[in-house]
Design a protein around this ligand. Structure first.
Ligand code: B16
Ligand code: MG
Length: 221
């Protein structure tokens, strides 16, 4: 029998570098509110839901807001973010991702998306990789945000896998914690010092080869 693992990919920061677009859209709101929002602050928003991201920015600026204001800013942020995605195409897929997706498909390993974003589907469509995914779980499907493991547990279930037979690729601390809490093998994509809680860390997918994927397939957590 072929050994299988469920391979679950985060989206923003793993497949595409959309953090820069999230930053631009949030920065516009922060500027309007007189909040000093920097690239360092933007790190706090990685893997975090849209609503929680706004709350973090408001907390940074010690700005109190009504529910109505918050809803207005959330709509504005998403509209500005979507404008940044208008011209997105396959060239925005991060280096090394496509060869790994292709290899997993070639060896019949199930693949899912596990993202906090509510814009995941259009991004997969625009970048032309939607067909690689056997299941998509995104911000529209979950009630609990990372570090709650819900998004990844649903993804594993959709791939008919157990958590211990699943692997998560993640760029955010909250996402690595979610995988670890869910007892899923966590692979950090980014800096070792930031993602030290992950079982493995690679700077990017160009550092992940097919040999490592084969090791993961046969690995127990
Ligand atoms: P949206 P991921 C996350 O995606 C981003 O890292 C985070 O910065 C963003 O706030 C969140 O999605 C929600 O995104 O506003 O598009 O619904 O990294 O979990 O793929
Ligand atoms: Mg991410």
């Amino acid at each position: 029998m072929t050994v299988k693992k469920a391979f679950i990919f985060d989206l923003d920061g793993v497949i595409v570098d959309t953090a820069k677009y999230h930053f631009l859209a949030w920065k516009k709101i922060a500027d309007q509110l007189g909040i000093n929002f920097t690239h360092e602050h933007n790190e706090l928003l990685k893997g975090v839901s849209r609503i929680r991201s706004l709350d973090i920015i408001l907390e940074l600026g010690e700005v109190k807001a009504t529910q109505e204001d918050k809803e207005k800013w959330l709509i504005q942020k998403n509209e500005d973010y979507l404008l940044c995605l208008v011209d997105m195409d396959q060239s925005e897929i991060l280096p090394g991702v496509l060869p790994i997706l292709h290899y997993l498909k070639t060896i019949n390993q199930p693949i899912a998306l596990g993202s906090a974003s509510k814009n995941a589907r259009p991004i997969l469509e625009k970048t032309g990789i939607l067909s690689y995914f056997d299941a998509i779980v995104d911000g529209n499907d979950v009630t609990n945000a990372k570090p709650d493991p819900e998004v990844f547990l649903i993804a594993a279930q959709k791939l008919n896998s157990t958590p211990e037979n699943s692997v998560v690729f993640e760029d955010s601390i909250a996402g690595i914690q979610a995988a670890n809490i869910g007892k899923i093998i966590s692979v950090g994509i980014g800096e070792e010092k930031t993602l030290h809680e992950a079982k493995y860390v690679f700077k990017d997918f160009t550092h992940i080869d097919t040999h490592f994927i084969d090791i993961l397939i046969h690995k127990k957590i």
